[in-house]
Each structure stands twice: as C-alpha cells, then as structure tokens.
Design a protein around this ligand. Structure first.
Ligand code: SIN
Length: 508
C-alpha cells in the first residue's frame, strides 16, 4: 500500500452533483479531491441527460405543485421547497455566470421546453443533449480551478470508517488499494442502470456509492421507486443484454412536450384513454401504458409527424439515422430503467446518517422525488444538493485511521464469473423487480438475489478487482431494491403491484 492521499473533501463521482459539490467546497477554501471511475465525461449519467434542467421561471408555486403531483403527493414538501427556492440562483450563478452555458433561446429569451407532468414550459435545454453541454464545461472549469484535483479512471472500492465516522475511501489505483483520507466524503456515484437489462444509464451505473454507504451502515430509503422512462428506443438491436451501449437510447420527453403522439401496434393513439393529460401524464403512468399496449398490440411507436422532428431535435434525428430508423414511420419505443428515486437517505445539506459522509445526485434520497420523479428535475437536484453538501462538508479534521485490508488485485478474475452473475441479476431485476411487480415475484427475487450476493461476497473475500467490486455493488443494490419492493404493499408512483388475479383460487 502506498502513502495515503489526503484532502479536506473527497468527492466520489463526476456528474453534475459531484462537480457542484467540488465547486462549492473549493469556493469555501477546501482542498478537494474528485475521484471518478469514468475516463471520459460520458462515463457519467449527466452527460447522457437529454431534456434539460427545470427552473421556476418566476412561478415557484406551480413548479412545487407539479413536483408534488408527479410524486402522487409522496415527495417531502420541505425538500421540494429547498429545491425550488434554490433553483434560480443555482442555475444562474453556476450554469450561466460561472460556466457560460448557452441554453437555447427563442426570440429575446430562453426557449423553455415542456415535458410530461409540467403544467407549463419551464425547462432550460440545449437541443436534446443538455447534459453534455453542462458537464463538459463544468469538468473543464474544475480542471483549471485551484484547490481541485480530479483523478479519472479511479474507483472508490470501500469507505474507510471508524466508530461510525467516515474518514475517506479506499481507491483502486494501487495493488491492495490506496487510502484517500478526507475530512468529509461526498458520494455522487449516480444510478443503478447496470442492474437492469435495458437502461438509459451509462454501463458504469453499478450503484457503487449506494452499496458502499449501505455496507458501512448508512440509512437508505425509498429503494423500491425505480423509475422507468416510457420512451427508450426499442429497435431490434436495442433488445440485447447490457446497459446503455446496446443501441438503446432515450427519446426525450421533450419530444412529447412538442406534440409527438404515442401509437400502438394498431396505429391508435392510446394515451387519452389512460390519463387526461394524455402523452404529458406523469412518467409512471405513461410508462405503464406503453408497456400494456406493447403487450396487447405488439409494439408502440412515437409518432413525430406533428412536429418538425429533425429541425427541433437534430441530435435525436441523427441517432435514429445512425441506427437506420426511418423516424417518419414512427420511432419504436419501450419503457426502460432510467432513474432511482430513492437512495442514501440525506438531509437538506446532503448529510447521511454517518458522520462526515454526504451523498448527492441520483445515489441520494433527498425526498424531492418521493415515489416518482418529475421530468428534468434530476440535474437540478444534483446541482442544488451538490452545492449545499459541498459547502457543508468543509471544516473537518482529516483523520488517518486504519483502512480496510484488501487482497492484492487479481487481474485474472474470470470474466465468465462476473458475466454470468450479472446476467442472472439483470434477468431477475427485469422480470420480477421491473415496471410491474407481484408480491410473490418480489419474494422470489429477494431470495435469488440474496443467494447471488452470497456467492459474490465469497468471491470478493478472495480476490480484488474493480469488476468484482462493481458486481458486489450491483448485487447489494439490487437486493436493497427487491427487499424494499417486497416490503411495500402499496402501489404508488414507480412501485406498481399487479392487482391480485381475480380468477386465482382464494384460500379459506
Ligand atoms: C428526458 O429527456 O426525457 C429525460 C428527462 C429526465 O429524465 O428528467
């Protein structure tokens, strides 16, 4: 093991939440170390974000109401207030004034877009690739800023803890691990897309922060609320195993916001039968409707003929063309894993239940989303909570306690082992812990995942490799999701239990 690295604040992850935490901590004069397993910006989910970043547009009340309504009134009203009150200042200070992001304009002002669940147009965007237009300048800015070091291709494997306090993390940059001690540690590791067969997340979304925090004893909450996006491209090449890289791509809700319709295999527009807001109903409602219509009629396509698709969404039109999709015939779509509404339980400054451990972005559960997230609030949540946590994380002494021991890394980890376990895990999650669930299926999924986690744990005790830790993290996370879903008997938001089969025999 090499000499330890130290920092006032250690940030794990390099999406908008991690970058915001790093910026805020550095502004407070802290020495900040950002570690990220990504080697390029597109390793972070932020870079993949399409729709945009919602803001108040002078009407905080209606924004608050829309967030609460989309969550079926399960969001934490205080957390929503924090988000909404801080939105305008955070967007203008960081994104506009500091980074110089040029959001699309229309006439004299911004071209605010509308997405499902929003009662008005309030979403700032850059084409339908807003994430990369925020994140790349952000990383560039942090690279140049004094007081911040960014180490890419560096994964955090485990938290270093002592008596309930977190002292940093063990990094995978050296054989046997490299301890990074910090006054405070901020987890910003993103989502859990790798736990599902199809996801809009990058492949590295293996629930790392969540698993590390849970294994260290931090509280997690709302894990059953996994959001499925209704319109991910569902062409033939998008059906294969894996996440992100297989041809699946998101067709932003902004396309429906501009007037696109969903049609089933019989060519019928069906959303008006499901909800009064039709294609702009909350995301969970649209996702289940698309799923049902696909089952009944074979396919669902997004009919973009009501709008100038190539003119308004050139990036998406290009993606279709790359895959040989003639979008004038409609784009085949299906729901696909998109976002975890729950996560590591945090307060309004991103503090977890463990001393000196913070969590921000998708890996955190702030309470803003409740059981279902309103479109284009995730970048905003990452920005607002990132800034607040970064500030709050400053001012703690760096303590070099005993790091956990790791075995020397094993470059010969049988790929087959990880592949086989991941395939099993994804199958169980997709089939039993997906968009429609049953109590029985959830119980069985929990049992299978518990066994699988046991097999992975046994392997982790004998070897060290990043892939293996990712598999461990995914198996811990998947089990947390399945267990939380099995324990929640109420269908709400993203957690949907099939009604009991009326024809099934009833026990005496
Ligand atoms: C989208 O562009 O449809 C995704 C926006 C979001 O997930 O909030």
């Amino acid at each position: 093991m090499t000499d330890p690295t130290t920092a006032d604040v250690l940030v794990v992850g390099s999406g908008i939440a991690g970058c915001s935490a790093a910026l805020a901590a550095a502004r407070e004069g802290a020495d900040v170390l950002v570690v990220t397993k990504a080697e390029r910006p597109d390793g972070a989910s932020t870079d993949w974000a399409q729709g945009g970043i919602a803001t108040t547009r002078g009407d905080p009340e209606s924004f608050t109401e829309d967030i609460l309504a989309a969550s079926a009134d399960t969001a934490d009203a205080d957390a929503v207030d924090v988000l909404v009150e801080n939105a305008p200042a955070a967007v203008s200070d960081v994104l506009v004034d500091t980074l110089g992001v040029e959001f699309d304009t229309s006439g004299a002002g911004y071209d605010f877009a509308r997405e499902a669940g929003h009662s008005t147009s309030r979403i700032l965007h850059v084409d339908a690739s807003t994430g990369e237009h925020l994140l790349r300048p952000f990383l560039h800015y942090l690279d140049e800023r004094d007081g911040i070091r960014i180490r890419e291709d560096t994964a955090a494997l485990d938290l270093i803890t002592h008596e309930g306090r977190v002292h940093g993390a063990l990094l995978d940059s050296e054989p046997g691990g490299e301890p990074a001690f910090a006054g405070a540690t901020v987890l910003a590791t993103g989502g859990i897309g790798a736990c599902y067969r199809r996801s809009t997340n990058p492949p590295g979304a293996t629930g790392d922060g969540l698993a590390m925090a849970a294994l260290a004893g931090a509280d997690v909450a709302d894990m059953e609320y996994v959001q499925f996006h209704p319109t991910a491209y569902a062409g033939r090449e998008a059906q294969s195993e894996g996440t992100g890289s297989d041809g699946t791509f998101l067709v932003s809700e902004a396309v429906r916001g501009e007037g696109a319709h969903l049609r089933n295999g019989d060519g019928e527009r069906f959303m008006p039968d499901y909800h009064e807001d039709a294609e702009l109903a909350p995301r969970d409602v649209v996702a289940r409707a698309v799923d049902a219509e696909r089952t009944e009629t074979g396919e669902v396509v997004l009919d973009v003929s009501p709008l100038d698709f190539a003119g308004e969404f050139p990036d998406l039109a290009e993606k279709c063309e790359e895959r040989g999709v003639d979008w004038t015939d409609g784009i085949p779509v299906a729901p696909c894993e998109h976002f975890l509404c729950g996560g590591i339980d945090v307060d309004d400054r991103g503090r977890t239940s463990l001393d000196r451990l913070f969590a921000v972005g998708e890996c955190a559960r702030t309470g803003v989303h409740g059981a279902n997230r309103l479109a284009s609030t995730s970048l905003l949540e990452g920005l607002v909570w990132g800034l607040r946590a970064g500030e709050a994380a400053v001012g703690n002494e760096i303590i070099e306690s005993e790091p956990p021991e790791l075995l020397d890394s094993d470059p010969d980890l049988p790929e087959r082992f990880a592949d086989e376990k991941f395939t099993r895990l994804r199958r169980v999650m997709e089939e039993q812990v997906g968009i429609r669930r049953t109590p029985d299926g959830l119980r069985r999924a929990s049992a299978v995942l518990r066994r699988l986690k046991g097999e992975v744990d046994a392997y982790v005790r004998t070897r060290t490799a990043r892939d293996l830790y990712e598999l461990r993290n995914a198996s811990v996370t998947a089990l947390l999701v399945a267990r939380a879903a099995a324990e929640n008997e109420e269908s709400v938001g993203c957690h949907y239990l099939e009604p009991p089969d009326a024809t099934a025999p009833v026990d005496d």
